[in-house]
Design a protein around this ligand. Structure first.
Ligand SMILES: Cc1cc2nc3c(=O)[nH]c(=O)nc-3n(C[C@H](O)[C@H](O)[C@H](O)COP(=O)(O)O)c2cc1C
Ligand code: SF4
Length: 188
């Protein structure tokens, strides 16, 4: 039960946009119910410095029957209320999931950088990737993807406006909980 009049900080991570959509819906619901809500992207926030006097919401997807390393790291870095002399704090968590992942990480290992055309040079993949796995290579005049840091959140795949990013041989459908513009605005 959240105290009315309190501020609510919802820290979210979303790859394909489902969790962001839920977090935005929560924001509308809580705001119209009299709360002040701040939506904050996990990857842009320092977990160790969050204000525990506010209600804390955590919203993230289930991934590989847990969640992404980026989310675990965020949770591990949260301050300990006990150490700060806080006896009571309000925390809630929202997960989105698909029940079973279907082994999506396997096909993602075969992600290909981009098709040559169509090529909008929007660099949304680079700007929105939480792990900085995309970079623009001037010599080759194309985006290059580095596998090592990729957490397979599918954000780049989902938000590419011209579906230039593909992976595996199966024709996966591009899904977006919210538009590329909204995602870009939230994160940048
Ligand atoms: C790499 C990866 C792993 C996933 N693993 C699971 C899983 O183990 N169990 C599950 O129910 N859903 C799994 N999913 C599905 C996501 O939890 C679901 O699509 C979620 O709504 C994605 O949220 P997002 O759009 O905010 O990124 C996985 C999705 C991805 C991309
Ligand atoms: S490169 Fe990997 S980590 Fe970056 S947005 Fe794409 S799937 Fe997510």
């Amino acid at each position: 039960m959240i105290d009315k009049g309190k501020e609510v900080d919802i820290y979210w991570f979303s790859g394909t946009g489902n969790t962001l959509l839920i977090a935005q819906t929560l924001e509308i619901f809580l705001t119209t119910s009299g709360f002040k809500v701040n939506l904050k992207a996990m990857e842009k926030s320092d977990a160790s410095r969050i204000d525990l006097s506010r209600t804390l919401g955590l919203a993230f997807p289930v991934a590989e029957q847990g969640t992404f390393p980026l989310v675990w790291d965020f949770i591990k870095r949260l301050p300990s209320p006990g150490k700060l002399g806080i006896r009571d704090m309000e925390v809630f968590m929202v997960d989105t999931k698909m029940i079973y992942s279907g082994g999506v990480k396997g096909p993602m290992n075969g992600i290909s950088s981009t098709r040559a055309e169509p090529w909008t040079r929007c660099r949304l993949c680079e700007r929105n990737c939480p792990t900085q796995s995309w970079r623009f290579d001037r010599e080759q005049n194309m985006m290059l993807w580095t596998k090592d840091e990729c957490i397979y959140c599918l954000r780049c795949f989902s938000y590419c406006p011209v579906q230039a990013i593909s992976y595996g041989k199966k024709g996966y459908t591009q899904n977006k909980g919210v538009s590329s513009g909204v995602m870009g605005k939230r994160i940048l």
